[in-house]
Write a protein of this length. Structure first.
Length: 198
């Protein structure tokens, strides 16, 4: 399962390896998976939309990776058990995958889901609402500048006194702060973190 730190590292690696590459062909659900979250576009529509586009900036949000498909879309990966792999040669491609992007340079990006995961394509204009809706219950995110000792202590003090809570439940269910990323309208690049009461 992709966790916060892994999403950060994977985003950085995607920026280093595939940012700026042109997608020659995109395939989704070559091996259908019941828990591959794909969004509203059919697999044929997905292929039509992504073919000929350019890969932009990758950024993490919690356990999600938001990958720009320039100019109008965001590909959301992560959120479960996924193998996200960059391939320099076709002979290393997995036999079964839920996403395959073939670039005009002859290299590939594959995503294979075990358990559940996201290969969801959304429009750039839907990103903010998607993240707010998705994370309205999970608001205290480690590895961000906003995660401070005082913020953590405040969250602990807000918990009902007699119940015992795991650290995971504190982070995912009990905090009332919403952190999300805002993409600028000029280039859809990550511009800043900002907070909002949930």
């Amino acid at each position: 399962m992709i966790e916060f730190p892994e999403a950060i590292v994977l985003s950085k690696q995607l920026n280093e390896t595939i940012r700026g590459k042109q997608v020659e062909h995109g395939t989704r659900n070559q091996s259908p998976h019941k828990f591959a979250f794909t969004g509203r576009y059919t697999d044929l529509e997905f292929t039509s939309i992504v073919s000929g586009t350019t890969i932009g900036h990758a950024s993490s949000f919690g356990s999600l990776i938001c990958l720009e498909v320039v100019p109008d879309y965001i590909l959301i990966l992560g959120d479960g058990g996924e193998k996200i792999i960059y391939h320099q040669h076709s002979y290393t491609l997995p036999k079964r995958h839920q996403l395959l992007l073939e670039f005009d340079t002859g290299d590939y990006l594959s995503v294979s889901i075990s358990g559940w995961g996201s290969v969801r394509l959304i429009e750039v204009t839907e990103l903010e609402d998607f993240l707010l809706d998705r994370y309205k219950q999970s608001k205290l995110i480690p590895l961000t500048p906003e995660f401070t000792l005082s913020q953590f202590q405040k969250t602990i003090r807000q918990l009902p006194g007699q119940k015992k809570y795991s650290a995971k439940k504190i982070f995912y269910l009990r905090s009332r702060y919403c952190w999300y990323r805002k993409w600028s309208h000029s280039g859809y690049f990550l511009s800043q973190w900002y907070s909002s009461q949930a």
